[in-house]
Design a protein around this ligand. Sequence first.
Ligand SMILES: [Zn+2]
Ligand SMILES: [Zn+2]
Length: 811
Amino acid sequence: MPTFCDVALPVPLDMAFTYKIGEHQPVVGGRVLVPFRTERLSGVVTALHDRAPSMQAKAVIQVLDSEPVLDEGLMKLGQWISQYYLAPIGDVFRSMLPLAAEIKKAKLYRITEAGYEALHASATVGSSRRSRQDIDTQMVEYAVLDYLSMSDNALEGTIRSATGANRQVLDLLLRKKWIAREDATSTRDARRTVQIAVLKEVSGKLNENQQKIVTFLQQQEGKAFVEQIRTLDVPRTTLHTLVKRGVVELVEEAAEFSVSSMKKRGPSHLDFIFNAEQKAALAAVQKSVGENKFSVSLLRGVTGSGKTAVYLAAMQAVLEAGKSAILLVPEIGLTPAAAANLHQVFGDEVAILHSALSADERAEQWHRIRRGEARIVVGTRSAVFAPVTDLALLVVDEEHDSSYKQEETPRYHGRDVAVMRSKLAGAAVVLASATPSVESYHNAQAGKYRLIELKERVERRPLPEVELVDMRFEFQETGGDQIFSRQLIQEVTERLQRGEQAMILLNRRGYSSVVLCRACGETLQCKNCSIAMTYHKAAHRMECHYCGYRQAVPKRCLKCDSEHIYFLGAGSEKVEERLHAAFPQARIGRLDRDTVRSRHDFEHVLNQFHGGEINLLVGTQMIAKGHDVHGVTLVGVVGADYALGFPDFRAAERTFQLLTQVAGRAGRGEMPGKVVLQTYHPDHYAIQFAQQHDYLGFYEKEVRFRKWMHYPPFSALANVLVRSDKLDLTLRWTGQLGKWFESTRNEGVRVLGPSVAPIMRLKRDFRYHFILKAASREKLNASLRKMLTFADGEKIPRTNVIVDVDALSLL
Ligand SMILES: [Zn+2]
Ligand SMILES: [Zn+2]
C-alpha cells in the first residue's frame, strides 16, 4: 500500500502537493479533501507512491471517491491542457469537474484561553471612557465571547444571528486572538433524493388499508415512490405501521434529474428526406465514425444547407450502435426550443448542459452521464469534458465561434480540446460551420482534416442578394448623420407592407456609446477601465460594458463643469427608438443583453417573432446565430463594420463571419431574402466577399495576409499580459520580463513589446503586454515556461502574469 499521494489543488501554482495517506486508500483520478495553509481544499489525486517528501507531509482529511472521477483518458487530457496552455493542473481539473456542489465550505469559530480571560475581566472591570461606537462594538464582542463560552464551536452564520455580530467584529476578535477559526469544509451529498417504499415479506394479517398499499406495491413490481403511495386513499400512518412490522422498507435513492417538459422519444424529426448533398455528407461522417479511430472532418455548409440535420442523424446512429456522442454548441445556441428538439430526437438518453443549471443540477447531470444513463451530451464549451465512455463522435457546431475560448484560467479553446479529446479516445470529430475559422480551413486545405461540403441551401433556395450602402455618400447626400439609409427605410417599408418580417443587426447595445463634452473634449470613462461609458436611456444610467460599473448620467462635464454634454454613437436601444419613429405601425422587438436576462426572455422574444407578433426585430449578434425564421425576407446591417478599426488581426475574419451569419437569416422560407448592408468600408475585402457569399475568396485573401504577417495558422501565438491595480508594480514587472525576454536567447521566438495593452485599464488593473510569435509551437511553449519560472523567482505573483496561448483577443 502506498503511503503518499500527490494532489492537484485549485491554487495558482504549477505543481501537485504530497500528502500522507490515512487508513483509507485514495485512487488516482479520485478526489481527496486535504489541509492547505489555513484551508481545506478538495483536489484530484495524480499519483500514489512511497517517496517521502523533504518536508513533513500533512495527512489527507478524507477520501471523497472510491473510484476515479476522471478516467485515464480525461486525466491525460487535463495534463495536456495544463502543458499546452501553461495552466496550473489543479485549475484545469477543477474546470473539468462540475462537482463543486458536493463540497460544503464552512468555517468554525471557538473561544481561546485569552478569550476566556477577557470575558472574565470584562465582568469585573468597568469600561473606561470611550466613544459610543466603541462601547457598542465592545458589547457585541463580549456577546460573541459569551456565546462561544457556552459551546465548543459554532458556525459563522449561527454566531451572527445569535449575537448580531458582523464579519468585522469576528475579524477583530481573531486579531486579538480571543477567538480562533478553523476550516471545517466537508463533503455534502448534493444529490437530491427521493424516498422509495420496497415490499419485503408479507406476514401476519393485514387490515384493509394495509392491504391496499401492499397490493399497490405488488402491482408496481414491489417498488414505488412514497409520493405515489401518499396519493392512495389511506391514512399516512398506515405506511409507517407496515414499515414497523417489516413488511415494507423505506430507502433513499437519487432523484433522477428531469426536464419538466421532457418527453419520451416520439417520432424523430429527422425522418425528412435528405437531399443528395446531405446524404453524401452523412455518409462521409458515418464512414469516419465507422473507422473507430481518430479523424477530423470539417463540415462546411452554407447557411440554410441543413448541417444540423446531418450531424444529428450521425449522432443518432452512434446512439443506436450503443456508443456515445458529444455535441458542443456556442453559448447562445442552446435555446429551450433547441433542447426540446434534442429530446425529440434522443429521448431520455440526452443530457443537456447549459449555463442556467444550478451547481446541484450540474453535478447530477455529470453523474447521469458517468453512470451511462445519458450517452448523448449536448452543451457549451465545458461539455467537452463530459465523462462519457465509448466516445465515438464529437461534433463542434459553429466551430469558428469565439465563445469556445475560455477567457479565464485555464484559457483553453473548446474546439481544440475537442480535437485532442477525440485523439486520445480514438474517436471521430466533426467541426461544422458556414464560415470555418482560417485555422480549421487551412488544416483542411493541408489535408490534415477531411473536408465535407454542403454548397447549396435545402430545396435549392437561393442565398440572399446583398446590397451595399456606402454611408459616406449617404452622409454627403442627406447632410445628416442618419442611422438608417434611405435604401434601408424603403426596403423595410416594402417588407412590412407585404406582411413579411425584417431583422436589423447592430452589434452594440445601450443607447449612446460615447458621452463627450463639447467644451473641453473630455469623454466620460469608466473609473475602473480605460473604456468609454455607455448611456442606457431606459435604465437612465451610464454603464461600463467591460466591468459592469454603473453611474448616474452626468448633467455637467465632470472636468470643466460645462453643460455642453453630447451623446454620440448609436446602440441597439437607440436603434429601437428610431425604428419606432420611422415605422410607427411596426411591431418591434429587441434582443440584446439588456432585454434578455434569461433563457426564458430569449425564447419569449423569438417565439413572438416566429409567431408573427413581432415583425421587425432589432438586436446585437444574438440575432445572427442559428435562428430559422421563415418569414424573414430582409436583414439590415447597421454599423457592423466598426470592428474593422480594432487593433486586432482577427477583425476582418470576425466581421466576415458575423456578416455572413446574419445575412444567412434572410430567405430561409419560400420567399427569397435580401440583405442591406450599410458600411463605411465598402471596399474592404471582408465586406466585399461577404456581399458575394464568397467564403473561399475571403479565405484566400486572409490566409495570404496571415502568412505575410506570420500570424496563425503560420505561427503559434501567445499573449503575455502583466496586470496589477498598482501602476508602479505593473511597470516594474513588465520591465523585468522585458529585460528577461531581451537577454535570453529565445531562438525562433519573436517577442513584440512590451507595450500598453489596447485596453490599458480594465477592472481597476493597469495592463501591459507582450505578443510572442513562433514558427515552432514547442519553442514557444518552452520560452513561456522559462519566463514563468523566471517570474516565479522574481516573486511576481502567478495571478499577475497571464499567459494566453492561441489568444483570440489581444485587447
Ligand atoms: Zn468639459
Ligand atoms: Zn469598467
